[in-house]
Design a protein around this ligand. Structure first.
Ligand code: G3P
Length: 195
């Protein structure tokens, strides 16, 4: 389908908007790159102490994924929607504007799922919340939720979405490699701890 490369580029352009960096710079907080994990995501924005900014980062980083999927799906159907989702994820992880140093993909993963098959986004959020309430680790919560999501999609017969989800989950695990090391050595910061 001729539109698929266009869907990928639309997705990439949406995904590569670094809302965490934009919002914290507008608000004049500490430089995200120099605090906490150095990541540009909502978890690290929270380490500036600005809860509202963190919530806005989570929401906007998620909705850019939803927008990419919904727009591409509206123009050219479900395959284009999935390709746009992959593009948005890669755009967030590897934004050309930031020398390809982007985020870890949790919020945008949720937004992509919301656009493709909303029950999967709900499941991701519920697993994230359940793990976060019990362990207070943002990274571990994302790893557990991302691990379950492809299984959930496969279980409900959404095989194409499950395949896409496997790719997103593998990338998400790769982006969390430093978090995984810190979790193993007991050095990972918990939610609510300041930078
Ligand atoms: O959103 C990414 C989260 O899972 C971990 O973030 O800043 O603790 O590396 P961070």
């Amino acid at each position: 389908d001729a539109f698929l490369p266009v869907a990928f580029v639309i997705g990439y352009l949406f995904g590569s908007i670094p809302f965490g960096l934009i919002l914290t710079r507008l608000a004049g907080t500490q430089d995200l790159r120099s605090i906490g994990s150095g990541n540009i995501g909502a978890t690290n924005v929270l380490r500036t102490g600005r809860k509202g900014l963190a919530a806005a980062t989570l929401l906007l980083d998620a909705l850019k994924g939803t927008a990419a999927v919904v727009i591409s799906g509206y123009i050219a159907g479900p395959n284009a929607a999935m390709v746009a989702g992959l593009g948005a994820f890669l755009g967030h992880l590897f934004p050309v504007w930031l020398k390809f140093r982007g985020g870890k993909g949790v919020a945008v993963y949720i937004g992509i799922l919301l656009g493709l098959f909303w029950p999967a986004a709900l499941v991701f959020c519920l697993i994230w919340l359940a793990t976060a309430f019990t362990t207070r680790y943002s990274s571990l919560s994302a790893l557990v939720a991302a691990f379950i999501t492809p299984l959930f999609l496969w279980w409900f017969g959404h095989l194409a979405l499950a395949s896409l989800s496997v790719v997103l989950t593998l990338l998400l695990f790769y982006m969390h490699r430093e978090n995984i090391k810190r979790l193993q050595s007991g050095k990972e910061g918990r939610i609510g701890e300041k930078a």
